[in-house]
Structure formats: C-alpha cells, structure tokens
Design a protein around this ligand. Sequence first.
Ligand SMILES: [Zn+2]
Length: 120
Amino acid sequence: MLGGDREDRKPTSYGATDDVTLNLLVPGVTVRRYTEAASGGALDVIAPCCGRIARLQGDWIHDAHLVLCLACAVTYDVRILDENDGGFAADFVVRDELPALVRRRASTGWLARQHPADLR
Ligand SMILES: [Zn+2]
C-alpha cells in the first residue's frame, strides 16, 4: 500500500461509502459523508477522520461551516448538499491549517508562573 507512487494513486475526493484513514486527509482532499437530522432543526455530520459527530446549528443549508476535530487536529470546510430525496450530504474539504491543540493546564514551571491559569 505504501510506496513512492502513493501520490499518483491518491484520489482527491472520496465518496460517501469510501473508507478513509487519517493519513489520506491531506489539505484539499474532499470526503463526502451522509448526514442525519438532529433535534431542534440541527444537522449531524460525521467527521471522516474518526467518526465523531459535529452538530450544525442555524441555517446549515446555506451557511459555510468550519469544523474542527479536536481529537485528530484536522480542520474542514463543510458544505451541505441537498440530495433532492429529503436527505442531505456533507462534503468535508480538508483545510491547510495544522492546528496545535490546547490540551493541558500548566501548573508548574516558568511559563505557567508568568500566566497563571484560570483553574475554575
Ligand atoms: Zn477526528
């Protein structure tokens, strides 16, 4: 599977039934996923990186959505597509950012003393 010609074989978009792994989710890659209606008129979309769900609120049909997976540190632009059968699909486009996630509270050390954390 791995090899020097990996770039040649790597498609830039994946369908709703395609399995993807995190290493395929490089900037510009698009992954289509099914969606599910949620309570309150929201829409649940499922992230291609790990299968966690983001809930889109508001005018999700027309809005552009920035979705960030905190577990995988992947950001997506998500577009909703009306499938004209009562359902909606979501296209996840991997963004260029490589977010550095804020993960732990600092309690000791020089840096922590300069900016004490709010430990509520
Ligand atoms: Zn993820």
